[in-house]
Design a protein around this ligand. Structure first.
Ligand SMILES: *Cc1c(COP(=O)(O)O)cnc(C)c1O
Length: 428
C-alpha cells in the first residue's frame, strides 16, 4: 500500500480504514457513546458489542412464542426443540471442529465442570492437574473444587506454571517441561488458550501432544480465544474445551457458552458424565424411559433445553462471523494490534521521561490475539481516569495494568489513533 501521511496522524489512520475491506462491519454494531461521541471501545475482550441484527432475531422468537405458545417447539420458524442445531455449524467453524464435536449450551464455568467430570479422572497415582498461573479466577475455583471433590488438596494436586523471575508471560518450554516432569502423576492439563491477563496465546497443539505423550487428558478454556484467534481443536487432538459467547463473540451479557468434545470420545459410553434430558438420544427422548442413553457427540453433554432468547442473540452474531470468516478477521486483527503496539511504543520513546509503557503481551503474532496488556510505569489510576473521561472504554487492573483489545469486527484504525492521542495527553 502507498501511504503518504505520518503514522501518528489522523489522515494515516483514516487511510488504513479506507483500505480495510472489513471496515463497513463497524456499521453493523451499536458503538457506545460517551459525552455524545462514539467511545473508543477497547473492551470487546470483556463484553463484545451488540450487533444491530440481534433485536430482529430475538423479536422473531418472541413473535413465535406469542403465536404458538408451547407448539413453538415444533412450529416456530426455527423450531426450539432443535434450536441449538442452527448454531452448531457456525461455531464449529470458529473453533475448528467437526459439527458432532460442538454444542452451544449452558454457561462457561458450568461447562468446565461438566467437562472435568468426564475428563478429570484421578486415580491413586495419577491425579495432578497442570494449569497456568494467574488463571482467570473462575477457572481457579473450578479446578480447586474439582480437586477437593475427589478428596485431594490443591497443594498436592495442582501444578501452576508461571512466568520466570522478572518476566510477565510463560515460557512455552516451561509448560512442556512441567508436563514431562509430572509424567505418570499427571491426570489433566487445563489452560486458558489465551490468558485473560497477559493476552498470551499458548501453543495448544504442542501442549496437547505432550499431555497425551504422558497419558494425561488436555483441555482449554477458550473464553479469550474463541472469535479472536484461529483454532483447530479437532486437528490438534484437544480432548475438550469450553468458551463463552459474550466476549469476542458479541452474543449478549452472560450469553450462552459452547463446548467441544473430540470425536475420539464420541462413542465412549464409559466416560462418566452428569446427565440431563437434553443430552438424551433425541429420537427416543420423549418416550421418557428410565436409563440414560446419551446423544452421540458433544450434544450428549447437554443437560437442559436451550434458552432460546439468548441463543437467538448468539445466532445473530455467529451469522456475521460466518459472513466474514476467521481468516480475514485474524488478518485485520493482526494489523490493528500491530498499529496499536507501534503507536504505544512510539509514545514511550518520545515521552519516556514522563511514562514508560511496557507491553507485557508477547510481541509475536503467533503468541497473541487482539489484546495488549500494558504496564504504565510511573503512572497510576489518575492517568486511566483521564483516558476514561475522554471516552476510552478500557480495562484497568491494579496496580497499573491497562488491558485493551481492538476488535477487528468493529474497531477502526481511527479508534487506535484516537486512543494513542488520548494516552499521550493523559501523561503530559
Ligand atoms: C470470562 C471468563 C470466564 C467467565 O465465566 P462465566 O462462567 O461465563 O461467568 C471464565 N473463565 C475465563 C478464562 C474467562 O475469561
Amino acid at each position: 500500500m502507498t501511504m503518504t501521511a505520518n503514522k501518528n496522524s489522523l489522515e494515516y489512520a483514516q487511510e488504513l480504514d479506507q483500505q480495510d475491506s472489513l471496515s463497513h462491519y463497524r456499521e453493523r454494531f451499536f458503538i457506545p457513546k460517551v459525552n455524545g461521541e462514539e467511545a473508543v471501545y477497547f473492551t470487546g475482550n470483556s463484553l463484545g458489542l451488540q450487533p444491530k441484527s440481534v433485536k430482529d432475531y430475538i423479536q422473531s422468537e418472541l413473535d413465535d412464542w406469542a403465536q404458538y405458545g408451547v407448539e413453538g417447539h415444533f412450529e416456530a420458524k426455527k423450531p426450539w426443540f432443535a434450536y441449538h442445531e442452527f448454531l452448531t455449524p457456525k461455531i464449529a467453524k470458529i473453533v475448528g471442529a467437526k459439527e458432532s464435536e460442538v454444542v452451544v449450551t449452558h454457561s462457561l464455568t458450568t461447562n468446565l465442570h461438566l467437562m472435568m467430570v468426564s475428563f478429570y479422572r484421578p486415580t491413586e497415582s495419577r491425579y495432578k492437574i497442570i494449569c497456568e498461573k494467574k488463571a482467570f479466577p473462575s477457572d481457579q475455583y473450578a479446578l480447586e473444587s474439582q480437586v477437593k471433590f475427589h478428596g485431594r488438596t490443591v497443594e498436592d494436586a495442582i501444578i501452576e506454571v508461571g512466568p520466570r523471575e522478572g518476566e510477565h508471560t510463560i515460557n512455552h518450554d516451561d509448560i512442556i517441561q512441567a508436563i514431562e516432569d509430572a509424567g505418570d502423576s499427571l491426570a489433566m492439563v487445563m489452560i486458558g488458550g489465551v490468558n485473560y491477563y497477559s493476552g498470551q496465546l499458548f501453543d495448544m497443539k504442542s501442549i496437547t501432544t505432550k499431555a497425551h505423550e504422558v497419558g494425561a487428558t488436555c483441555g482449554f478454556d477458550l473464553a479469550h480465544a474463541a472469535g479472536n484467534v484461529i483454532l483447530n481443536l479437532h486437528d490438534w487432538g484437544v480432548d475438550f474445551a469450553a468458551w463463552c459467547s459474550y466476549k469476542y463473540l458479541n452474543s449478549s451479557p452472560g450469553g450462552v457458552s459452547g463446548l467441544f468434545v473430540h470425536e475420539r470420545h464420541e462413542f465412549n459410553q464409559d466416560l462418566p458424565r452428569f446427565a440431563g434430558w437434553w443430552g438424551y438420544d433425541k429420537e427416543t427422548r420423549f418416550q421418557m424411559e428410565p436409563g440414560f442413553v446419551p446423544m452421540k457427540g458433544a450434544e450428549g453433554w447437554q443437560l437442559s433445553n436451550a434458552p432460546v432468547l439468548g441463543m437467538a442473540a448468539h445466532l445473530a452474531a455467529l451469522d456475521i462471523f460466518d459472513e466474514v470468516g476467521m481468516t480475514a478477521l485474524r488478518a485485520k486483527s493482526d494489523q490493528l494490534t500491530a498499529y496499536l503496539e507501534d503507536l504505544i511504543n512510539d509514545i514511550s520513546e518520545r515521552k519516556g521521561h514522563l511514562c514508560q509503557f511496557e507491553i507485557i503481551t508477547p510481541k509475536s503474532q503467533n503468541e497473541r490475539g487482539a489484546q495488549l496488556s500494558i504496564l504504565a510505569h510511573g503512572k497510576g489510576k489518575t492517568m486511566f481516569d483521564a483516558l476514561t473521561k475522554k471516552g476510552v472504554i478500557a480495562d484497568w487492573r491494579e496496580p497499573n495494568v491497562i488491558r485493551i483489545a481492538p476488535v477487528p469486527l468493529y474497531n477502526s484504525f481511527e479508534d487506535i489513533f484516537r486512543f494513542a492521542k488520548y494516552l499521550e495527553e493523559s501523561i503530559s
